[in-house]
Design a protein. Structure first.
Length: 623
């Protein structure tokens, strides 16, 4: 879907409450355009707190934290995949797994900007050399408090907690290049304007790095490819990249006119550029990740030896990236690890990821040698730390949340349904989730209103961003689903689209869940009621879908028949590795996906008769 269309649909969600917001907040002030800086030679930002310090000669007085005058310990605090979670994430999305001394694990509540800011500020104490970096997806897929305002609140929060630099992630492209540039440079939204009278959005104080994202016409990076952090003679270069496969998981118009390049080749290229500029210490911020052998954030993933504790794309990237790079801060998979993987020379190199939603931060010690202007790799150490909710809240973050919350309140608290129990979605540990089935049923119901011939709906699991919790998140009462909670589940402003597929094509779609781009990491589509089949994970590739088990309304799938299939607009364009969905005939664009969920919940639940969680038994999984 076009980025402009995305913005219009998001604005359309608010038409019934626009007047209330305008009265409360003085919305729709004049928009101010912004221009992006994308110079390949830009090495530092005038807005950076640490870079503003005048460099000191290596012979200057040695402050606390140095080692005999020649080396100095630089603290690097990092996190990733914040996704606009200013308030503590709820349910399983707000927990991290902690390894206990006896080998068991314990779930711990964590996250929220008020606590993340406190954690980072406490960690910086007594560290005269401290830099804070992130590995992308700071915005996008955000809860209503941030997403309703095109993530301006999150950028403001990142400014306040003193983020120094971040790479872009795939979700930074959800609303297209122009909106990403506005988040960097500031200015009011081109359609929604300014959200508060007399206050113009100032943009990010920190640079977004997009080294491997270029304009297809000019071949130049659309934003800065690297940034040099410097403090009292210490210089560390940061190169930021997103996964090369970003176009496969973002709507086509969100990346229109852009090219995404190989992560290793790009990092190596700019590591050489930095070295020519006299910057030998280099950290790669990579929005791509992997999975550790244990879900516990404090698991010793080096224990199997040689980096075998991490699997997935980041393992190959880490092994292939130039030895000139001293550490990799990664993300995308929402996993937690602080490990080492050998570089091409065989030297261990730190690779970290801090889960997601601000639940963890990583503290890495980079020992900088003033003589070589490089990192002493044998001294690098890293560990993940919980962002505990038992510590005091950062008052400035509380004020920020309250300020934006007041603007969002007319929309956020409106009830849209009632549930009798938790309905797991993002937090489900199974290929098929109860909330996935609920969303698919809602989309089929919406599709039937558009076309009575609609047969089934399929929902991508990545489009479901949270769970629905029975416990009240505010003062609405237990079991009430508010608009804010629905928005958190489906924040992308997709539409529900219809198209004709043959039975053979539909079977191919099911096979694409576990083959092709999705073979290594299956993406199991959530089915509407009536579609059933067996997924045999003991097999490989497309064979994992048992062809003769596929049934629709108890009838075997007919390869030659035509079926009317509903999917969201992202999937309709072939997103998430489902190219066959883009081959559908007689397409029809329906309404907003969140509106479809709201209508379904309202029609099928009440305070007296709340909705039960679907059984999630439509896919039989053999393991």
């Amino acid at each position: 879907m076009a980025a402009t269309s995305q913005r219009r649909r998001r604005a359309g969600r608010l038409t019934t409450v626009a007047a209330a917001l305008a009265t409360a907040a003085g919305l729709l002030s004049a928009a101010v355009p912004a221009n992006a800086e994308s110079s390949e030679d830009a090495t530092s930002s005038a807005t950076q707190r640490s870079s503003a310090d005048a460099p000191a000669d290596a012979s200057a007085d040695v402050p606390q934290g140095t080692r005999g005058g020649r080396t100095v310990d630089v603290q690097m605090l990092s996190f990733n995949d914040f996704h606009g979670n200013l308030e503590p994430p709820q349910g399983s999305s707000g927990k991290v797994s902690e390894l206990q001394p006896d080998g068991s694990t314990k779930d711990v509540d964590a996250g929220g900007a008020e606590y993340l800011a406190s954690s980072l500020r406490d960690a910086r104490k007594d560290h005269p050399y401290s830099v804070t970096a992130a590995a992308g997806d700071m915005v996008g897929g955000s809860p209503l408090l941030s997403g309703l305002f095109h993530d301006e609140p999150t950028v403001e929060a990142m400014n306040k907690l003193d983020l120094d630099v971040t790479s872009v992630g795939n979700h930074e492209f959800d609303e297209g290049r122009a909106e990403l540039e506005r988040l960097q440079n500031g200015g009011c939204h081109p359609e929604d304007g300014c959200y508060e009278e007399g206050r113009e959005f100032g943009g990010a104080d920190y640079p977004y790095l997009a080294a491997n994202v270029t304009d297809e016409k000019t071949g130049k990076p659309i934003l800065k490819p690297y940034h040099v952090w410097q403090h009292k003679g210490v210089k560390i270069g940061f190169v930021g990249v997103t996964l090369e496969g970003t176009p496969d998981i973002v709507s086509a118009d969100g990346v229109k006119g852009l090219e995404f390049h190989d992560e290793i080749e790009t990092i190596d290229k700019y590591a050489k550029v930095l070295k020519r500029k006299g910057v030998n210490a280099v950290v790669a911020l990579v929005h791509e990740g992997g999975s550790p052998a244990s879900p516990a954030y404090n698991y010793d993933c080096d224990s199997p030896g040689d980096g075998d504790g991490i699997s997935g794309p980041i393992a190959a990237i880490a092994k292939g990236t130039s030895s000139e790079v001293d550490a990799l801060v990664t993300g995308h998979t929402h996993e937690a690890y602080a490990c080492t993987i050998p570089d091409p020379s065989g030297t261990p190199r730190t690779v970290t990821s801090a889960a997601s939603f601000g639940k963890l931060y990583t503290d890495t010690t980079l020992t900088y040698d003033r003589a070589t202007k490089d990192i002493v790799r044998t001294k690098v150490a890293a560990a993940n730390h919980v962002v505990s909710r038992e510590q005091p809240k950062a008052k400035d973050m509380t004020e920020l949340i309250q300020r934006w919350g007041k603007l969002a309140e007319p929309v956020a608290k409106r009830p849209i349904g009632w549930i009798s129990e938790d309905i797991p979605g993002r937090g489900a540990k199974t290929p098929e989730s109860p909330l996935g089935d609920l969303v698919a049923d809602a989309q089929l119901a919406h599709a039937k209103e558009q076309d009575e011939g609609a047969d089934l709906a399929l929902m991508n699991p990545g489009g479901i961003r949270s769970d629905l919790q029975h416990a009240a998140s505010g003062d609405e009462g237990d079991g009430v689903v508010t608009y804010a909670e629905g928005f958190t589940v489906q924040p992308f402003s997709n539409t529900v689209n219809l198209a004709d597929l043959t039975g053979e094509q539909l079977l191919q779609v099911l096979r694409e869940q576990v083959s092709g781009d999705n073979e290594a990491s299956p993406k199991v589509l959530q089915p509407s009621a009536g579609l059933t089949y067996t997924l045999d994970l003991t097999k490989s590739g497309a064979d994992r879908v048992v062809a003769d088990s596929v049934r629709l309304n108890d009838k075997p799938l007919d390869p030659g028949a035509t079926y009317r299939v509903a999917v969201n607009s992202f999937l309709a364009g072939g997103g998430d590795g489902f190219p066959t969905l883009a081959e559908g005939k007689n397409p029809l664009v329906g309404g907003d996906d969140l509106a479809a969920l709201e209508t379904y919940l309202t029609a099928n639940s009440s305070a007296d008769k709340p909705l039960d969680a679907p059984a999630a038994d439509r896919i039989k999984v053999v393991q």
